[in-house]
Design a protein around this ligand. Structure first.
Ligand SMILES: Nc1ncnc2c1ncn2[C@@H]1O[C@H](COP(=O)(O)OP(=O)(O)OP(=O)(O)O)[C@@H](O)[C@H]1O
Ligand SMILES: O=P(O)(O)OC[C@H]1O[C@H](OP(=O)(O)OP(=O)(O)O)[C@H](O)[C@@H]1O
Length: 219
């Protein structure tokens, strides 16, 4: 880690325009980050700042290993990754929630919940992009379900018999609705969080604090 340079790990995709806007409003970011570009590192040597464009799910990894001092990631990703990083602030945007959803045509089978379904049908397969969150949910309910990890388009799984249930993120609810799925439980809400590498937060504290305060103020 370079001692005086500050590196930010930013999530590409739907959060990037929001994050870039906040960093700009905070007076930190002066560069144009191409939202759909291929460039992954942006340097601002005059200010001693660097920005990494990361896959959303990888932001906590870049921060944990000190490749970035600060990062912005959804709470969903932070929960799933379980990395050893400092969570500094809830930035309030990027709101969504983890839900458990089933085909609306089969809702009747879940009237006694997932345990009722499981005791009747003997199996419960849960498709998700968030296996840790799903395992922990099943454990908390005492359900011996099988978690099937997918990379996206999770809603497809119950429509074609790959799984009975999905655990996925919802914001508008449109994807569930358009695929005839209905939420039967909510697990947790998620918003974007400002995170820091544990060592950077101690060693570079004086340099980081103005950035942290400016980001919090512009949210
Ligand atoms: N409706 C939503 N669905 C998914 N994520 C959402 C939603 N609303 C807000 N978010 C936030 O946006 C982040 C996901 O952003 P995005 O969809 O761009 O990434 P991704 O598709 O998971 O990543 P990648 O394309 O790299 O696999 C989530 O981690 C979450 O914090
Ligand atoms: O409630 P809504 O506003 O419809 O949003 C929810 C959808 O958005 C996310 O998918 P994303 O667009 O990230 O694509 P993915 O399935 O490839 O992850 C999520 O996994 C849902 O599918």
């Amino acid at each position: 880690m370079t001692q005086d340079r500050i590196t930010f790990a930013l999530p590409k995709g739907r959060l990037l325009p929001l994050v870039a806007g906040i960093l700009r409003d905070a007076g930190i970011l002066r560069l144009d980050l191409e939202e759909n570009g291929r460039r992954l590192v942006y340097n601002d040597p005059e200010r001693g700042l660097r920005y990494l464009i990361c896959r959303t799910a990888d932001v906590p990894t870049f921060v944990e290993y000190g490749a970035a001092d600060l990062g912005i990631a959804g709470k969903d990703v932070i929960l799933e990754q379980g990395k050893d990083i400092c969570e500094l602030a809830d930035l309030g945007f990027g709101q969504c929630k983890f839900v458990v959803a089933v085909p609306s045509s089969k809702l009747e089978l879940y009237k006694d919940g997932l345990s009722g379904y499981l005791s009747h049908f003997g199996q419960l397969r849960v498709a998700t992009k968030f296996p840790r969150v799903a395992e922990s949910y099943l454990r908390s309910k005492g359900l011996p379900g099988e978690v099937i990890k997918l990379s996206g388009n999770i809603e497809l799984a119950p429509l074609v018999g790959l799984a009975e249930v999905i655990i996925d993120l919802v914001s508008t609810g449109r994807t569930l609705q358009e695929n005839n799925l209905v939420a039967i439980d909510e697990i947790a809400e998620a918003t974007a969080r400002l995170v820091a590498n544990r060592v950077s937060y101690r060693v570079k504290y004086n340099r980081l604090v103005p950035f942290i305060e400016a980001i919090k103020k512009s949210c």
